[in-house]
Design a protein around this ligand. Structure first.
Ligand code: ZN
Length: 215
């Protein structure tokens, strides 16, 4: 059995390409054009992975052979057994990632679908804090930022979609040897709704670069 190799952001790419094929089934009559659309969709999905083993590519390849909208749904369903879930966390494990916050508001973990998460994120409106948990190089990392409440729409730094966002500032690990008091903050517009952000995100390079700067 092929081991799970599809991360949440890959699954989002697969779903987006599937929706695009379904859209084309409605609008495109030329079978050659349709074949090209499906081939390109398969290429987009494969490009989202840095490398694919032969048996992993075999899981993706059927997207280029779907013939109906229902077939697209069946294809998407067929990849779920290969999706890597986010580590399932309980409240104590979350607390341990933020040892300085004795009174932090914890996320509603019961409501989180860990099977489809790139990161765990939640807001603590009382303290105007946004908390993020991400697994970097096999290690869970907790980040906290301060946010300014707002309802404006802008491009989210993580998912790159136009969404209701808030400006969140995080302290970085940038250092200045001559000044031990030095710290630099970076501010990013990030989706207010982390659940929605997880449904949008198709590339983790920005998120990972960001996490490395902050931890
Ligand atoms: Zn987002």
């Amino acid at each position: 059995m092929t081991e799970p190799f599809i991360r949440n952001h890959h699954l989002n790419v697969i779903k987006n390409q599937g929706r695009y094929i379904q859209h084309c089934f409605r609008d495109v009559e030329d079978s050659n054009v349709m074949q090209a659309v499906k081939g390109q969709a398969a290429d987009h999905v494969k490009d989202a992975f840095s490398a694919l083993k032969e048996e992993e590519a075999a899981v993706i390849e059927p997207i280029s052979e779907v013939t109906t909208s229902i077939g697209v749904e069946a294809f998407i369903g067929s990849v779920y057994p290969y999706v890597q879930p986010f580590p399932s966390l309980d409240k104590e494990q979350v607390r341990q990632l933020f040892p300085h916050h004795k009174k932090m508001q914890l996320p509603d973990l019961e409501a989180v679908d860990f099977s489809q998460r790139t990161y765990l994120g939640w807001n603590d409106p009382g303290h105007r804090k946004k908390f993020i948990v991400y697994e970097l190089d096999g290690k869970l990392i907790g980040l906290e930022g301060r946010y300014t409440p707002s309802k404006k729409r802008d491009y989210c730094f993580f998912c790159q979609e136009l969404m209701p966002v808030t400006l969140v500032s995080f302290e970085t690990n940038d250092t200045d040897e001559g000044n031990p008091e030095f710290y630099r903050a970076i501010g990013q517009h990030i989706c207010i709704d982390s659940g929605q952000c997880n449904k949008n995100i198709t590339d983790v390079s920005r998120l990972e670069h960001f996490v490395r700067r902050v931890v």
